[in-house]
Each structure stands twice: as C-alpha cells, then as structure tokens.
Design a protein around this ligand. Sequence first.
Ligand code: KG4
Ligand code: ZN
Length: 350
Amino acid sequence: MRILGLESSCDETAAAVVEDGTVVRSSVIRSQESLHAAYGGIVPELASRAHAESIDVVVRGALDQAACTLADCAAIAVTTAPGLLGALLVGLSAAKGLAVASGLPLVPVNHLEAHVAAALLGDSPAAFPLVGMVVSGGHTVLFDSRSPIDHRMLGATTDDAAGEAFDKAAALLGLGYPGGPHIQRAAAGGDPTAFDLPRSLLGRESLDFSFSGLKTALLYAVQGRTDGRHRPTATDLAPQRVADLAASFQAAVVGVCVEKARRALARTGHRALVVSGGVACNGPLRAAMQTLCEAEGVTLHLPAPALCTDNAAMVAALGYHRFLAGHTASLDVDANPRPVRNRRWKQRGA
Ligand code: KG4
Ligand code: ZN
C-alpha cells in the first residue's frame, strides 16, 4: 500500500511516496535554507511563498521517482500541525486539491508524531512502546509512544527548542545559519570542558527542558570581562575560544538531552528509544545516545540524518498507520499552528 506524503510546516517543501509504512519509494525535499540564511532565521511570509512555488514540483518529483501515479496510492497524508500557519496551509491546500482530483482520502498528520515515525522507515523499523524524543528547530518534546498513532507527552521545552538554542548560540559565536552544523564543526576543534556552562535539569524528576539559561551563560562567556565601555562580540573572539565555547555549549545540550532520555526510559520502563528531529543529526548527540542505550540495554533508533530533518517520508509513514486506523479527514480540515493536537497530549506524564 502506497501513501503520498506532503510536508510544508517550516522551511522545507517535501513530498514522498512510502510503501507499507516502511519502504521509501521516493523522498523529494526542497530546502529554503539559503533563502532565510541572510535573515538569521525563518521569515514566515517568504516561507509561504517559497512553499507555493515548490509544492507542485516536489509532488511531481516524488511520483516520478517512485514511478507511480496518484492512482497507485491509497491515500494522501499531509502535515496539518504544528508549524507556521501560512506554510502549513500551502501543503494542506495542495493535498486537498489532489484529493479532490483523485478521489483519494486525506489523512491529516501531526509533524512531531511524524518525526517519531521516521524510525519506522527502513530495514529495522522501531517496535512500540518506546520513548520518542523530538529535538528540532521548533520543538523539543519527549513522548511516551505506545504505538505509531498513540503518543502521550512526558515533557517539553519551557523556553527555547534545542535547535533554536543551537541557532542562537551560532549567532552569538559569529557562525552561520542554521547553527547546528556550524556549532558541530567548530566544536570538533574545541575542548568541551573549557567552559562550565549550566545544564538546566529543572529538578530531579522533571522531563521538561530549558535552554535559555545556557544561552545567557554563553553570551556572558562571549563577552568575558568587560571594561564597561567595550563589550566584546563574536568578532573579538580568537578561533580557539570560539571552538572551546562551541564544544562546551554542545556538550551541555547533549548532556541535558541524554539525562532527559535516561529519565524518560526509567519513568516509562520502555526498552526502546527514538531520537529524531534536526538536532538528532548531531554527531556527539548520536554517540552519547548510543552510549546511554548500550549502558541501559535499550534499543536505540536514530533515523538517518536525511530522515531526522524535515521530510515527507516520515509524514507518509505516519499517514499509513493513521489511514489503517481510519483517521481520514473531510475537505474542511484546518491547519493548526500549535503543537497540542488532542487532550491525550495534555495529560503530561500520563
Ligand atoms: O527538524 P528540523 O529540520 O526542522 C524543524 O522542524 O524545526 O530541525 C532544524 C534544526 C535547526 O535548528 C538546526 O540548527 C538543527 O536542527 N540541526 C542541528 C544539526 N543539524 C541540524 N543541530 C545540532 N547539530 C547538527 N548537526
Ligand atoms: Zn521538524
């Protein structure tokens, strides 16, 4: 059974064809990274316009690469929440048009749940129940995931998302956008113990995250001791200091994520962990999660980097399970920019 997936919640326009929820027949992604880089962050209006220019192209590309037509698909899955409203509406409107034209059912998909579903793609799909950790530019969430379509929120960030923290840290250090890959590259030549940056754990039991204190501490470390007249910025930093700051910052984020994953595994008793979202591309984070799971005897699922960042294959994978469960929608289904989809998500720690 083939599902066509569409994704346009943030700054990637993507379409994919996935078979039986696991086999990626095609995955086409048009990134807007270079469009937004000049602004140091995503400009919503530009994102919507770029999605509108690309959505037809990626859908055509995904069908061509999979050597199929809409008639060979069973349903059209599309991200309806969370994300930038104007961006979401481009993908949703396109999906509605395709559904009308083809008579195929429409399956609305939650973007955060889709990041967890990325672990279903490929040769060794994740088995549920599991702990799902989504660390991306817009969200940082821990799920108690009972099935591909049953997720209960254990914790979330109280301020910045992990990726957002990487992006802001990179800006403070005079590195490029998006920040994660730049920080990782700079950190490779640095000492992660050079600066003692705070790792906010929010108490012994908490499964929530906070990265704003770390960001402020990094700002003070960049400025160093100031004479009151000259306030140092990134341009005053020696390359080795940048590397040491990047490494210390990265180690702090990784340390927090690993500790939260450990707590979530202990809380739920689950024996499998999925780490997904753009920050899950981070090499030291992947290595540290591997070490954690080996020590805990837990199965770790780390989707390939191209499936960790935004893509439509994960949307189609989740769409397959939602379609089988009968979760189709009528054509008046709306987009929702907020992350919380239903009451179950609000039952934190349930
Ligand atoms: O999942 P994603 O593509 O988009 C959202 O749904 O937000 O995540 C993008 C985020 C950006 O903040 C980027 O800096 C971060 O993922 N990221 C990384 C790495 N690659 C991407 N963060 C740390 N290390 C990386 N190697
Ligand atoms: Zn995402």
